[in-house]
Design a protein around this ligand. Structure first.
Ligand SMILES: Cc1cc2nc3c(=O)[nH]c(=O)nc-3n(C[C@H](O)[C@H](O)[C@H](O)COP(=O)(O)OP(=O)(O)OC[C@H]3O[C@@H](n4cnc5c(N)ncnc54)[C@H](O)[C@@H]3O)c2cc1C
Length: 520
C-alpha cells in the first residue's frame, strides 16, 4: 500500500529520520512495523514566521510493496557508427544535448574551446593568484561550461516540469545526491560539479560519442541556406548537416562569426549591475527573525525584486555561504559572479543586484546595430578594470556609501580572492543603472530590515546575467530561422538561462534533430 502524507516539523525534528517515520506511519494510519519505505517528494523550509517549520510531502510505502525507483536511468545506444551531430560547447546545453542524442541513436561530436574540467581548475586558480585570464579556460569557458564552478543552483522559472525532472534524473544518474529530486531549492555546490561533469563525459565516450577539447570554432561552413559543418582553430574542418551551437553568452566571437556569415541575430533585453556581499550571519538574522540558524537550518537566502522607473531591479543568482568569483573571459575586463560549495559554509552571502536593460535603452550604442548590448557590456567591464586598478582586482564600495553617494575610506573583508579596490561606483556607473540600483537598495532595505548597511559591500560589475542578443530560431523545428541545420541552443542562443533551463534546451534541440531523422 502507498499513501501520501504532508508533515510539518521543527527543523530539528525534520533532521531525524526516526521521528519522520513515526509521524508518517501515524498520519497514514499504519503500524510502524508495517512501514517498508518512505519516499520524500518535496521538502521546503518555511521561514516566513518566527516559528520556522520544515514542510515535507512523503509517500509512505507499507507491507510487501517495493519502493518504486524514482529515477529513470540513462539508457545509451552504441552510437560509434551512427550519424554524427556536431555539438559546439560542453556546457549544460551541449552536454545534455549529447546525452539525448545518444539515447536517440545519434553520435555527438563535442567541440570545446576550453580544457577538461580538472585542468581548468588550475587556470581558474591563476586568475586569483596571478591575475591572468586564459581566454579559453576560465570561469565561463572549459568542459562543463559556465555552470561548473558555480553555486550549482538547480532551480528554474521554466514550467516544463517533465523536462526539468529529466535533467535532475540524469544528474542523479551521474552521481548527484538524489535529494535534488525533492528539495524546493536544490543546489549542488562547486565542489561536487566537476565530478559529475567527469561522469557525464564518461557516459558519452562509452557510448561512442567524441570529445574534442581545446578546439575553438572559428568559422561555420555554410553552403546556400544550409550549414555543413564548422572550422576550428588550427584550420581543421568538421562536417555534418547538423550543428548544435551551445556556446553560452560569453562567446562574443561566436556572435561576430554569425554577423560576418550572415547568420541573423536580434537584440533582446538583458540586465547589468553589481554583486552585493553581506556577512551571512546578518542575512540569517534577518531571514530567520533573530533565531539562531543552528545546525538544522541552511544558510539563508533572499529573493528581491522591485520595479523602478519602468525597469526591473532584482536579485540574481544569490549565493548563501558563498564566494564572489572573477568571471572575465579576457584581460582588461572585470566581471564578477558568485559560487558556493555544497556546504554553503563561507561566512559571506552574495547576490547579483541587476537592472533590466531593454533594446530601446541603447541609443548611445546604435552604431553597433544588433551588437549594441554587447558593446554596452564591454564598456562597463572595461570601466571596472580601470577602476579596479588594471588587474582582476574589482572596484568596490560599502553599500550604504554607494546609496548615499559617498566614497568609502575603507572596505570590509570580502570573499573575492583577487582583491578589491575602493572606488566611487556611484560616480562612474551609467546613470540609468546606478540611480535605479540606489533606489532599489533603499527599497530592499525596507523589505529586509538591516540589509542596507555599511557592513555590506557592492562589487562591480555583474554584467553577464544573460545574453543581449538572440540567435533566432524557428519555434517548430528549433533551427535558425534562415540557416538550415544550425540549432542555436542554451544561454548563448537567448532561449535559456541557468543550468537547468540550458540543459532542457539542449535536450529539446536534440529531440528536434531526432524528429527530423525520424527517430522520435
Ligand atoms: C560563476 C557562475 C555561477 C553561476 N551559478 C549558477 C547557478 O548557481 N545556477 C544556475 O542555474 N546558473 C548559474 N550560472 C549560469 C549558468 O552557468 C549558465 O546559465 C549555463 O552554464 C549556460 O549553459 P550553456 O550550456 O548554454 O552555456 P555555457 O555553460 O556558457 O557553455 C558554453 C560552452 O561553450 C564553449 N565555447 C564557447 N565558445 C566556443 C567556441 N568558439 N568553440 C568551442 N567551444 C566554445 C565554452 O567554453 C563553454 O564550455 C552561473 C554562471 C557563472 C559564471
Amino acid at each position: 500500500m502507498e499513501k501520501q502524507v504532508q508533515i510539518n516539523l521543527s527543523p530539528a525534528a525534520a533532521a531525524d529520520e526516526t521521528t519522520i517515520r513515526k509521524i508518517a506511519a501515524s498520519l497514514s494510519g499504519i503500524d510502524l512495523s508495517e512501514l517498508t519505505a518512505l519516499r520524500v517528494i518535496k521538502r521546503s523550509v518555511d521561514a516566513r514566521k518566527k516559528n520556522i517549520r520544515v514542510n515535507l510531502i512523503v509517500d509512505v510505502i507499507s507491507g510487501s510493496n517495493e519502493a518504486i525507483p524514482a529515477i529513470a536511468p540513462f539508457i545509451p545506444l552504441n552510437v560509434s557508427l551512427k550519424q554524427e551531430v556536431i555539438v559546439v560547447g560542453a556546457g549544460p546545453a551541449g552536454l545534455f544535448a549529447a546525452l539525448r542524442l545518444i539515447e536517440l541513436g545519434l553520435r555527438p561530436v563535442i567541440i570545446e574551446r576550453g580544457r577538461d574540467v580538472s585542468s581548468r581548475k588550475k587556470d581558474i586558480a591563476r586568475i586569483s593568484r596571478e591575475q591572468i585570464v586564459d581566454p579559453d579556460s576560465n570561469y565561463c569557458f572549459g568542459e562543463g561550461g559556465a555552470g561548473t564552478y558555480s553555486d550549482g543552483k538547480l532551480y528554474t522559472r521554466s514550467k516544463k516540469r517533465g523536462d526539468n525532472t529529466r535533467v535532475l534524473e540524469l544528474l542523479c544518474f551521474h552521481g548527484t545526491n538524489p535529494n535534488i529530486m525533492y528539495e524546493a531549492h536544490p543546489h549542488l555546490g562547486t565542489d561536487k560539479l566537476p565530478g559529475i561533469i567527469t561522469e557525464i563525459r564518461k557516459s558519452i565516450l562509452e557510448a561512442g560519442g567524441q570529445f574534442l577539447m581545446g578546439k575553438k570554432v572559428i568559422d561555420f561552413i555554410i553552403e546556400g541556406d544550409s550549414i555543413k559543418g564548422v572550422v576550428t582553430s588550427g584550420n581543421e574542418y568538421f562536417r555534418s548537416p547538423f550543428v548544435i551551437l551551445a556556446t553560452g553568452h560569453s562567446a562574443r566571437d561566436i556572435y561576430d562569426i554569425c554577423k560576418n556569415r550572415g547568420v541573423e541575430l536580434t537584440m533582446k533585453a538583458f540586465a547589468m549591475g553589481v554583486r552585493v556581499e553581506h556577512p551571512q550571519e546578518l542575512i540569517d538574522k534577518i531571514q530567520y527573525h533573530g533565531n539562531p540558524r543552528g545546525e538544522f537550518l541552511p544558510a539563508s537566502s533572499y529573493n528581491l525584486a522591485k520595479q523602478i522607473d519602468g525597469r526591473g531591479v532584482y536579485s540574481f543568482c544569490m549565493c548563501p555561504g558563498g564566494f564572489i568569483v572573477p568571471s572575465a573571459t579576457m584581460q582588461e575586463e572585470v566581471v564578477v559572479n558568485g559560487m558556493s560549495p555544497s556546504g554553503r559554509n563561507s561566512p559571506y552571502a552574495n547576490s547579483g543586484i541587476v537592472v533590466e536593460i531593454k533594446p530601446e535603452d541603447l541609443n548611445k550604442y546604435s552604431s553597433f546595430g544588433v551588437m549594441a548590448g554587447l558593446e554596452f557590456q564591454k564598456e562597463l567591464e572595461r570601466e571596472a578594470w580601470k577602476n579596479g586598478g588594471h588587474t582582476q582586482r574589482a572596484p568596490a564600495q560599502r553599500l550604504a556609501d554607494f546609496v548615499a553617494g559617498e566614497n568609502s575610506s575603507s572596505l570590509p573583508k570580502v570573499s573575492y580572492f583577487p582583491g578589491v579596490t575602493s572606488s566611487p561606483l556611484h560616480n562612474w556607473f551609467p546613470k540609468a543603472i546606478g540611480r535605479r540600483l540606489r533606489d532599489g537598495f533603499r527599497l530592499f532595505g525596507q523589505v529586509m530590515n538591516g540589509y542596507l548597511t555599511n557592513e555590506a559591500v557592492v562589487v562591480g560589475v555583474e554584467s553577464r546575467t544573460s545574453s543581449p542578443v538572440r540567435i533566432p530560431r524557428d519555434p517548430e523545428n528549433l533551427q535558425h530561422i534562415k540557416i538550415r541545420g544550425l540549432y542555436p541552443c542554451g544561454e548563448g542562443s537567448g532561449y535559456a538561462g541557468g543550468i537547468v533551463s540550458s540543459a532542457v534546451d539542449g535536450m529539446r534541440v536534440a529531440d528536434s534533430i531526432g524528429k527530423t531523422m525520424g527517430l522520435s
